[in-house]
Design a protein around this ligand. Structure first.
Ligand SMILES: Nc1ncnc2c1ncn2[C@@H]1O[C@H](COP(=O)(O)OP(=O)(O)OP(=O)(O)O)[C@@H](O)[C@H]1O
Ligand SMILES: [Mg+2]
Length: 210
C-alpha cells in the first residue's frame, strides 16, 4: 500500500478491526479525550457517514430482501467512502481538524478483498480511486479473535452473520495489512481492558501528531 503523504494540516485517525473488536467504544474514548484538550474532532463511520451513505449502509448491512453480490458489495462500500471523503473527511482535514473514522479502506480490503476473495489489490485500487488518494495518518487495529468479537455483539448485521471461517480470514487480513504498513499502524490486543486500550491509542496519537 502507498505510504501516507499528508498534504493537509489535519490528522486522520482510523479504527479498524473485526466485528465486536471495540472500535466504536475507542472512537468515543479518543474523541472525548481530544475534545477535552480543545482539539476540533470530526467523527465519522463507514459505511453511513453521510445522509446518502446511510441509505447505502442499509442496503449493505440491514436488509435481506435484495441479493447483494460480492462485487456489488465492494462497489457500494467504495461509493459510500467516496461520498464520505468528499463531504466530510477531506474538508475537515483541510481545515486542520482531527478526523476519526470508525472503519475505512482497510476494512474493505479485509472483508471484500480477502473475506469474499475478490483480491486485496483490486479492492485497494477501487477504494484509493474513490478517496482521491488520502491515506490515514494513524490506523489503530484492534486485534480481536473471531469468537471474542462475535460474543460481544448484541445484534448481528448481514456481514456479522458470516461464518467463523470468514471472520478468521478477515482478522488475519487486518494483521497482514498492519505488518505491511508499520509506519501508520498500531496493533492493540483488543482483549485488554477498555481504559488500557484508550491510553495506548492516545499515546500513539500523541507520538504521531507531534
Ligand atoms: N476492551 C473491551 N473489553 C471488553 N468489552 C469490550 C471492550 N471494548 C468494547 N467492549 C464491549 O464489546 C461490545 C462491542 O463493542 P463496540 O461496539 O465498541 O465494537 P465494534 O468494534 O464497534 O463492533 P462492530 O464491529 O459491531 O461495529 C460493547 O458491548 C462494548 O462495551
Ligand atoms: Mg461499531
Amino acid at each position: 500500500m502507498k505510504k501516507s503523504v499528508s498534504n493537509h494540516p489535519g490528522f486522520f485517525v482510523v479504527f479498524e478491526g473485526g466485528d465486536g473488536a471495540g472500535k466504536s467504544t475507542q472512537v468515543k474514548k479518543l474523541t472525548q479525550k481530544l475534545e477535552s484538550l480543545n482539539e476540533t474532532v470530526v467523527l465519522t463511520r463507514e459505511p453511513g457517514g453521510t445522509e446518502l451513505g446511510k441509505k447505502i449502509r442499509e442496503i449493505l448491512l440491514d436488509q435481506d430482501e435484495f441479493e447483494v453480490t460480492p462485487r456489488m458489495e465492494a462497489l457500494l462500500f467504495a461509493a459510500d467512502r467516496s461520498i464520505n471523503m468528499s463531504q466530510n473527511i477531506k474538508p475537515a482535514l483541510e481545515k486542520g481538524f482531527v478526523v476519526i473514522a470508525d472503519r475505512h479502506i482497510d476494512s474493505s480490503i479485509a472483508y471484500q478483498g480477502v473475506g469474499r476473495g475478490l483480491g486485496a489489490d483490486t479492492i485497494e485500487d477501487i477504494s484509493r480511486w474513490a478517496v482521491q488518494g488520502i491515506v490515514p495518518d494513524l490506523t489503530v487495529l484492534l486485534d480481536v479473535d473471531a469468537n471474542t468479537g462475535q460474543s460481544r455483539l448484541e445484534s448481528k448485521d448481514r456481514l456479522d452473520r458470516e461464518s467463523a471461517e470468514f471472520h478468521t480470514k478477515v482478522n488475519q487480513a487486518f494483521r497482514d495489512l498492519a505488518k505491511a504498513n508499520p509506519d501508520r499502524y498500531i496493533v492493540i490486543d483488543a482483549s485488554k481492558p477498555i481504559d488500557e486500550i484508550a491510553d495506548l491509542v492516545f499515546n500513539a496519537f500523541k507520538a504521531k501528531r507531534k
